[in-house]
Design a protein around this ligand. Structure first.
Ligand SMILES: Cc1ncc(COP(=O)(O)O)c(C=O)c1O
Length: 463
């Protein structure tokens, strides 16, 4: 029997995070303030603690992981790399498929990798309370868990549609001591304004972000900060522990390098976490296909323009250069709640502009089909977000079979779906439909971008 679970010891855990910003052939465009000029780190200070802002703007290639954070991570890290041998057999593919299992963390996804780091840095900085938003509930529960470990209060604004679809996620957050409300809520100006205009809105991550930032920056004690579960450079940085571990594990499995690296992308953090160490190899000449996957209902990377836009609906964040469907975009209520964000991590977007990545979009039904094939061969039931990546894995494995090639496919198994079974129920009872964002909708939402500064798509032309 070939080994199908490749484990690392605690002593093998990476001791530094990898920062792609140091190696991008063409640097990212800077975030801009309301006057259209690049912002300085001090402008972020009401929102984030300075120790995280330093990471946000850092161009150091390697950043040390404090021992205290490693001590928090040992609960589930290093996470296993598994070989999807049973799926390979079912598909009769010559490809070898490996999945980095991030579903083993206590909240069930990759999100705690950054949640514990962010909670720890905030605590070090003297902060007492964190606010945040959550889509599917994975991020909210990860931050609730992390705040409990380090001793911070935690307030979560959960996108209405997920709040209704996923009551068990709310219960997890309460178990870890957090306070979770549906967004838009009547607790903030941003929430009240949306409720007045659209009382029946399913909500969006953009709205929930506005609410969480407003509560953080209006706390008169100055002891509240905001925490974001994706998109920003420091979040992606913390997630690179995934790819750094996977590299060691592939080596143990006897693989020189993957041919294809795949991850689903909502704000880009799990995809970046797995892939960035391999993007570095690609920059240095390796031949690797690197694929971020998104839903056709929210086609940020595959159809939206590269432009400066706000990260939230109320336009309170700095302008970020990214692929964006427009900050007013209200995504249709697909079940992959964590993939419904209007923008994408600027680091991921610059790598797309550079030609280093090959983004792809999948329909909801094909993703559920992939999830069921996966569950019936590997056994583990994936999160709806993860299923998008698995659809791409099955496509790549099928292609390898057609071509008769022994490819090595590596995918991020970003979370389990045990809290998302209502989506499976809807799929089995035929209630789910495919949705492709109509061109008129895309044009309508991206029209607002015309009045904002233009983002130049700069690239070296090597890829
Ligand atoms: C299981 C899972 N995978 C992926 C994502 C997408 O987020 P990101 O692109 O930041 O990894 C989410 C977001 O909630 C998630 O819960």
């Amino acid at each position: 029997m070939e080994p199908i679970k490749i484990a690392l010891n605690e002593s093998d855990i990476p001791r530094q995070w990898y920062n792609l910003a140091a190696d991008l052939p063409t640097p990212m465009l800077p975030p801009l303030g309301p006057d259209g000029n690049p912002i300085g780190p001090e402008m972020l200070a009401p929102v984030f603690p300075m120790n995280l802002i330093e990471q946000e703007v850092s161009s150091e290639r390697w950043i040390d992981i404090p021992d205290e954070i490693l001590n928090l991570l040992y609960r589930w890290r290093p996470s296993p790399l598994r070989r999807a041998l049973y799926l390979e057999k079912r598909l009769e593919t010559p490809a070898r498929i490996y999945y980095k299992d991030e579903s083993v963390s206590p909240p069930g996804s990759h999100k705690p990798n950054t949640a514990v780091a962010q909670a720890w840095y905030n605590k070090q900085f003297g902060i007492e309370r964190l606010t945040t938003e959550t889509g599917a509930g994975q991020w909210g529960s990860a931050l609730a868990f992390a705040c409990q470990l380090v001793g911070l209060e935690c307030k979560v604004f959960m996108v209405r549609i997920s709040f209704d679809q996923k009551p068990f996620r709310q219960m997890m957050m309460s178990t870890w001591g957090a306070n979770c409300v549906a967004s838009p809520s009547s607790e903030t100006n941003a929430g009240r304004k949306v409720l007045e205009e659209m009382p029946d809105t399913p909500g969006s991550l953009g709205i929930a972000i506005s609410e969480a930032i407003e509560q953080a920056v209006t706390d008169p004690s100055g002891k509240t900060r905001y925490s974001l579960g994706s998109v920003l450079n420091h979040v992606l940085l913390h997630q690179t522990i995934i790819g750094l571990e996977a590299k060691k594990q592939l080596e143990i499995a006897g693989e020189k390098q993957p041919d294809v690296v795949i991850g689903c992308a909502g704000g880009g953090s799990n995809f970046a976490g797995l892939s960035f160490p391999f993007v570095a190899d690609k920059i240095n000449g390796a031949d690797i296909k690197i694929v971020p996957v998104e839903p056709t209902a929210c086609p940020t990377m595959t159809r939206a323009p590269f432009a400066y836009d706000f990260g939230d609906t109320a336009c309170t964040t700095p302008l970020l250069a990214m692929h964006t469907l427009g900050h007013a975009f209200i995504p249709p209520p697909i079940h992959a709640g964590g993939l419904r964000y209007h923008g994408m991590a600027p680091l991921v977007c610059q790598a797309i502009v550079e030609g280093l990545l090959e983004p792809r979009a999948y329909h909801q039904l094909q993703s559920y089909e992939a999830a069921v094939t996966w569950s019936r061969s590997e056994g583990f039931i994936p999160a709806p977000e993860t299923s998008q990546a698995l659809a791409a894995v099955i496509d790549e494995a099928t292609k390898a079979k057609e071509e008769g090639k022994e490819k090595v496919i590596l995918v991020n198994y970003s979370g389990h779906g045990l809290m998302d079974l209502t989506g499976y129920d809807a799929y089995f009872s035929g209630k789910l439909t495919d949705y492709e964002l109509p061109e008129e909708e895309l044009q309508k939402y991206t029209k607002d971008l015309e009045s904002l500064p233009k983002a130049e798509a700069r690239k070296s032309g090597k890829w």
